[in-house]
Write a protein of this length. Sequence first.
Length: 106
Amino acid sequence: MSVQLGVAQMESRPITDFNGFDSSKDILLDVRTPEEFNAGCIEGALNVDWLSGNFDRQVASIDKRKTIYVYCKKGGRSLKSQERLKELGFLHVIDLRGGYDAYKGK
């Protein structure tokens, strides 16, 4: 197992290929609004609203060494939040392209 400390790994995968996560080492982050989240989400997701104005504070307690899977409604907010998470020092963030709308349709 190779480990690269301090080098952020950013990648993107189609959300339709997402088949779950291991909550002991991964976090699934839903960056939609609470209203969108409450209308339906992927089981086990943590809701942190990208548009709330306090995104940084809400993600501050998340372990930066865990793999973060991030999604939104269609893909725009998750891509922006992925970049912000990188800036905040998260080491492995995967943008789930297509968002919840695509996930629901799979």
